[in-house]
Structure formats: structure tokens, C-alpha cells
Ligand binder design. Structure first.
Ligand code: ATP
Ligand code: MG
Length: 473
């Protein structure tokens, strides 16, 4: 099953500062619950998302549309990720946590406490044959390091891939939660440790153990509260804050690059996606690469004074809309599912899996053998290590891309050539038509002359039929 990433936009109410700065002037106007018009001094444009939440929208609306489907799938063993994106102060943390995680009114509760409630609600109504366990982990990415928010001594958690090629945080603390209240208690004590200068990641893992055959599968809900993008020139940041901003912007552009690479069309789909360029993209590899159901909430300020930041957030969301993702039941289940013909992996996925397996298993001896084989086959690639094999693979890909680009350029050139020829032909046709018209006119004139000369000669012959006048003598 192929499905797109769900992408929504959310506009928070104007802040007091924005009201003061730009006299309530706003850069968007609503069309309906999916479309709005964005306008700035230069332009006016309509944008559409899966859903648009305006300033009066309720936290419950956002949860129901964006998160509830993911929660329902997690208890079936399908992974899901919810990401909030947007400039500093746009409402990401408000959407994820609410005004505060514990003492806040029920209406204003954010996505995270609602997801916790939702998971417990779902397992309550699920069938008896399964035993459910819910675990919670929290990490932040600060200055390109992954820090365990449940155990601050673990300040450089490594990101690994398990045998099923799922991305894992090696050695991260997981606490088992037995009810929503307990979960919120843990969250609230640790939540304050995270800062808005880091990307905060909340991982809720649902473990499903079948009472009949003891098979275990897991479904995860990952909530990502990104650090805000900001214009360094606008904030005038210096020193540590400047360094933080640079790191944040770098990882956000890595995220943008991954999304671009994923949306470049099917030809590059199996090619190199730069997931490894930042910790953030590496952690989100499953979410963006198609192993997870994913929702993106683009948080924006509606103020005219933030129009350019809002536009860049909107554009980010529009690009993400074009990612094709195919959520899978967590891969431990794959073999089983295949047996029943439920889910068959795509060709790309199979190729990736084979390549990854090869990479894992090859030792030096095998690589040497492969090298010999390549030379025998006339493929003169100098393979000396697994990394080389990988980069050779990437080279072939970029070679393919560049030859495609060349073909496109040639096509553009041919089109230009044809256009020029077409223009020439048109000019010649116009000339010919003009000439034809002139010829016709000349012919008409000649016809008139012929008639006149006919009349004249008739007159002459008529006059000649009389005898010459005889003058009286
Ligand atoms: N939908 C909303 N309704 C009411 N208030 C909101 C809403 N969204 C955001 N706010 C308020 O706006 C302010 C900034 O929001 P928030 O902290 O969520 O921004 P952020 O996107 O997380 O910023 P940063 O990138 O700096 O972490 C907060 O005071 C928050 O309470
Ligand atoms: Mg925040």
C-alpha cells in the first residue's frame, strides 16, 4: 500500500508582540479547511494541505486528524512518526505538549499526552489474546549529539540499525508505563530538561505479545518537536547561541535535502538519500524512508511580520507532500506476513535489503573475491573495502543522474532548435502569403485593364464602321 505523508499546516494566534509590531496585519486568509491564500508584498498564492488548522483550531482537532490514525496503527504493530516543523515561536512545542504538560486544562492538552491516553484507550478495547506493554524513551539532539533525557549520564547515544534494518538508539533508557498518569508524571519531570534549542524526540513503543504463540511484535509512535529554524541575521545571535543556531539550521537543511532527494521522482528513489548527513535525518530514516506512517505539522505564525519565515515553512511542507511512503508492519513480522501474502516488499526495498545484507556480511576475503570477479567480468572497479563498494555504487548512481541530466539538456536544446525552425517557417509562410495576395491583386488589375482595352478596341472598330466624314466642298 502506498500512501503519502500527511502534511498539515497550523497557524497560531498572533502574539502580543506581533500585534504591536505589525498592527494585526496577517499574511494568510482562509479559503477552507484545506486551502488558504498566502500574501506578502510581492505575491499572492493559494496553498493546499491535507488539513489546515487556523488560530481557533482546538488541540483535539489536531490530535484526531494527525495522530489518532497513527495511534490506532501502533497497537497493530505499524510504526508512526509525528513531526512538528516551523520557525522559533511558531507553536511546535505548544502543539506537542500544550501550555504545560501537567497542570493544564483538558482542552489545551497537546499531542503527546493525548497519544499516551489514546494508546491506553486502544489497548483497553483490543482483544484478549494479546498482552500489551508500553514503553517510553525520550532523547534530544543537541549540538549533533543524542542525549538521553531519562538518564543524563548517557549524553552521546549512538544510532544503529538492527538486523531488521530498523533504526535504533543504542542503550537508550526505556521505562515501562502502566497507565497514562504515570507516563505524564515521568514526562513532566524530564520535560523541562529538554530545551527549545534542541530537537526533542519522544518514543512510545507498544509491544504486542501473542498469548497463543508468544510471537512478539512492536509498534512505535515517535513524536518529534524540532528546534525552530531562524534567521541568524534577524536574531543577531552571537557566541554559543550562534553556534546552536548554526547547528540547528544545518540539521534542518539536512532534513530538507533528504526530503528533496526523496521527492526527486522514481529514477532517484533507489539512489543515495543523505540520511547520514545529520543525527536528525538518521533517526528519521524509517519515518521518511517509508517504514513508518508519517505526519508532518507545519507550524506557522500568521503575522505579516513573519511572512518570509511562514512562506519557507509552507514550502517545506509542500515538498514533503510529495514523498511516497509505504508503512510496513514492523519487519520482524515481514516473513510471517509474506507467508500469508499480506505485504510484499517493492523491488527497491528488496534491492536495499540485499545490499544491506551484503554489506553486513562481507569480510575482507569476500571483498577480494568480488574484486577478482569484477575484473574477470570486465567491470574495472577498484573495490578494496565495503566503503569503496558503497561509494562505487553511489558513483554509478550519480553517473546515471548526470547522464540523465545531459539527456534533458540535449532535449531542451532540440526543443529550442525546433522552436527557431518553426519561427523561420512561419515567417516564410507569411512572406509567401503576402506574395500570393500581391499576385492576386496584380491579376485582378490585369483583368480590369484587359476589359478596358477590349472596350476601347470595340469602340474603335465601331467608329471605323462609319464612312469617313465627307466635308462639303
Ligand atoms: N495554537 C496556539 N494557541 C495559543 N497559543 C499558542 C499556540 N501556539 C503557540 N502558542 C504560544 O506561542 C508561544 C510560542 O509557542 P511554542 O513555544 O510552541 O513555539 P515553538 O515553535 O516550540 O518555538 P521554539 O522553536 O523556539 O521551540 C508560546 O507562548 C505558546 O503558548
Ligand atoms: Mg519549542
Amino acid at each position: 500500500m502506498m500512501s503519502n505523508i500527511t502534511v498539515c499546516a497550523r497557524f497560531r494566534p498572533l502574539s502580543a508582540k506581533e500585534r504591536k509590531d505589525s498592527c494585526d496585519s496577517i499574511c494568510i486568509s482562509s479559503i477552507d479547511s484545506e486551502s488558504f491564500i498566502f500574501k506578502d508584498e510581492k505575491d499572492e498564492c493559494t496553498y493546499s494541505f491535507d488539513k489546515v488548522f487556523y488560530e481557533e483550531s482546538k488541540q483535539a482537532d489536531v490530535y484526531e486528524f494527525l495522530a489518532l490514525p497513527i495511534v490506532k496503527d501502533a497497537v497493530k504493530g505499524v510504526n508512526g512518526t509525528i513531526i512538528t516543523y516551523g520557525q522559533t515561536g511558531a507553536g511546535k512545542t505548544y502543539s506537542v505538549e500544550g501550555p504545560s504538560i501537567l497542570e493544564c486544562d483538558v482542552q489545551k492538552k497537546g499531542l503527546l499526552p493525548r497519544v499516551v491516553d489514546g494508546l491506553f484507550e486502544c489497548i483497553k478495547s483490543a482483544d484478549e489474546s494479546t498482552k500489551y506493554t508500553i514503553k517510553l524513551s525520550m532523547v534530544e539532539i543537541y549540538m549533533e549529539k543524542v542525549r538521553d533525557l531519562l538518564d543524563l549520564t548517557k549524553d552521546n547515544i549512538q544510532i544503529k540499525e538492527n538486523k531488521e534494518q530498523e533504526i535504533l538508539l543504542s542503550g537508550v533508557t526505556e521505562i515501562t508505563i502502566s497507565d497514562p498518569e504515570g507516563a505524564l508524571q515521568s514526562l513532566s519531570t524530564e520535560m523541562n530538561v529538554g530545551s527549545s534549542r534542541s530537537h526533542c524526540i519522544y518514543i512510545l513503543t507498544v509491544q504486542l505479545e501473542s498469548n497463543t504463540d508468544k510471537r512478539v511484535k512492536t509498534g512505535k509512535v515517535i513524536l518529534v518537536d524540532l528546534a525552530g529554524s531562524e534567521k541568524v541575521e534577524k536574531t543577531g545571535a552571537e557566541g554559543k547561541v550562534l553556534e546552536e543556531s548554526k547547528t540547528i539550521n544545518k540539521s534542518l537543511s539536512a532534513l530538507g535535502n533528504v526530503i528533496n532527494a526523496l521527492t526527486c521522482g522514481p529514477s532517484t528513489r533507489s539512489s543515495h538519500i543523505p540520511f547520514r548527513d545529520s543525527k536528525l535525518t538518521r533517526i528519521l530514516q524509517d519515518a521518511l524512508g517509508g517504514n513508518s506512517r508519517t505526519a508532518l505539522l507545519c507550524c506557522c505564525s500568521p503575522s505579516a511580520s513573519n511572512a518570509s519565515e511562514t512562506l519557507s515553512t509552507i514550502r517545506f511542507g509542500m515538498r514533503a507532500k510529495h514523498i511516497k511512503a509505504s508503512p510496513l508492519v514492523s519487519r520482524r513480522e515481514d516473513k510471517h506476513a509474506k507467508k500469508h501474502g499480506d505485504i510484499s516488499p517493492t523491488k527497491d526495498e528488496s534491492c536495499d535489503r540485499i545490499l544491506n545484507k551484503l554489506r553486513e556480511r562481507l569480510d575482507d576475503e569476500d571483498v577480494k573475491l568480488l574484486e577478482e570477479l569484477f575484473i574477470l567480468e570486465g567491470l574495472f572497479i577498484d573495490v578494496t573495502s565495503v566503503e569503496d563498494l558503497e561509494s562505487a555504487y553511489q558513483d554509478v548512481t550519480s553517473w546515471t543522474i548526470s547522464s540523465l541530466q545531459q539527456a534533458v539538456e540535449e532535449l531542451i536544446y532540440t526543443v529550442e532548435e525546433l522552436k527557431r525552425e518553426n519561427k523561420d517557417l512561419k515567417a516564410r509562410l507569411a512572406d509567401a502569403e503576402r506574395f500570393d495576395a500581391m499576385r492576386k491583386k496584380t491579376e485582378d488589375n490585369a483583368g480590369v485593364l484587359l476589359k478596358i482595352s477590349g472596350i476601347i478596341s470595340f469602340l474603335f472598330s465601331w467608329a471605323g464602321s462609319f464612312s469617313p466624314l465627307k466635308m462639303p466642298s
